[in-house]
Design a protein around this ligand. Structure first.
Ligand code: PRP
Length: 212
């Protein structure tokens, strides 16, 4: 019997929507995944097996070959720069990476700009392009708090609806890039299992529409 195609799904709303696509494509596991604590689900008939992983860990599983394919946000790919193939823009999980802060925060001169973020590499590249000197303050969540309590001048973070910024009296000061979910593949897996992986891609296509 052929080995299973292992799929790393990001835990949360995005992963559930992507799993919904696989289900509609006939690759589901016939189990309620949301309510379960199990991390691995198999459909032995279709030869597909799903893992639930932390969104920021998907590319790690795929790069190391523990998963053959996975779904990761472009934010994670730009930040981590994993050595994987990007097969497809799923058009799901659309949002923007922005610089945000209090009005006028970018006009501060005379000292290094303090930037709080979960995405230090993206922030560094953004300001390197402007030749602007920054200090990175690496945080893990609730990034919007940083400029409010004067931990930083600005933040580099994701904005989806804009509600979090609005409720904290912050605004978008610069756009960095548009973000959406990408289907990625381990390079060796893709070479050995091109047909089966491409068949899964085609099944996802037919199960679309890939819209938010
Ligand atoms: C993300 C992001 C923003 C918020 C944006 O945070 O970091 O804080 O969502 O969404 P909005 O524009 O729709 O308000 P997340 O909920 O992932 O939690 P975090 O604070 O732990 O990063």
């Amino acid at each position: 019997m052929k080995p299973m195609i292992k799929v790393a799904l990001p835990k949360g709303r995005l992963g559930e929507r992507v799993y919904g696509l696989f289900e509609r494509a006939g690759c589901g596991c016939g189990e309620t995944m949301e309510s379960s604590r199990k991390l691995v689900f198999e459909n032995s008939e279709e030869g597909v097996c799903f893992f639930w992983v932390k969104p920021s860990d998907v590319a790690i599983y795929v790069e190391h070959g523990a998963a053959d394919i996975g779904i990761a946000g472009l934010d994670i790919l730009l930040e981590q720069g994993p050595d994987v193939f990007e097969l497809k823009d799923l058009g799901l999980g659309k949002c923007r990476m922005v610089v945000a802060g209090k009005k006028g925060a970018l006009a501060l001169t005379g000292r290094t700009l303090r930037v709080a973020t979960k995405f230090p590499n993206i922030a560094k590249r953004h300001y390197a392009e402007q030749s602007r000197e920054i200090e990175i303050i690496r945080l893990n969540g609730s990034i919007e708090l940083a400029p409010i309590v004067n931990l930083s001048d600005v933040i580099v973070d994701l904005v989806e609806t804009g509600k979090t910024l609005k409720e904290n009296a912050l605004e978008v000061l610069e756009d960095v890039t548009q973000i959406s979910a990408r289907l990625i593949a381990n390079k060796a897996s893709f070479r050995f299992e091109t047909q089966r992986i491409e068949r899964l891609c085609a099944m996802l296509d037919s199960a679309g529409p890939h819209k938010d």
